[in-house]
Design a protein around this ligand. Sequence first.
Ligand code: THU
Length: 140
Amino acid sequence: MEVDWPGLREIATEVAARAYAPYSGLRVGAAGLTGSGQIITGCNVENASYGLTLCAECGLVNALHARASTGSESEKSLVAVAVVAGDGDPLLPCGRCRQLLLEAGGPRLLVDTAQGPVELGNLLPAAFTGTDLSMRRDGQ
Ligand code: THU
C-alpha cells in the first residue's frame, strides 16, 4: 500500500497540538494508517500522578480497537505510523510503545523516522510476543 508520509506526519502534528502535556511540556501526536486505508490518531495525556501518563501511541492503539469496524483483520492492524513532537519532527516511540505497536502492526509495521521509514522489527528486535506466552506458560 502506498503511504503518504508527509500527509501522515501532518495529521500527527495536528493531533500533537491537542495533547495534554502540562507537566513535561512535550506534546506528542501519532497517526497510523490501517491495512484498510483508514487513518487513526492519538496524543499523549499526562497526569499529576506522573506515572499514569499515557503516550500518544497508547491513544492510537486504543482508537484502533475502540472504533466501530467490520472486524476484518486489515481494519484492525496498522501498516504505517508517524509519531511527532509538537514541532512536527519525528519522535521515535519509547520502548513500551514499540511493544504496543508490535501487537497492532507486527514487525513489518513501517515507522516514520527522520531518515525515512523503518520496520518496527528493526526498532524492537527479538521481541517478546504472544508466541512466547503460548509456548512457555505452565501446563503446555
Ligand atoms: N511520549 C509519548 O507520547 N510517546 C513516546 O513514545 C515517548 C514519550 C510522551 C509521554 C510524556 O507525556 C512525554 O512524551 C514526555 O515523556
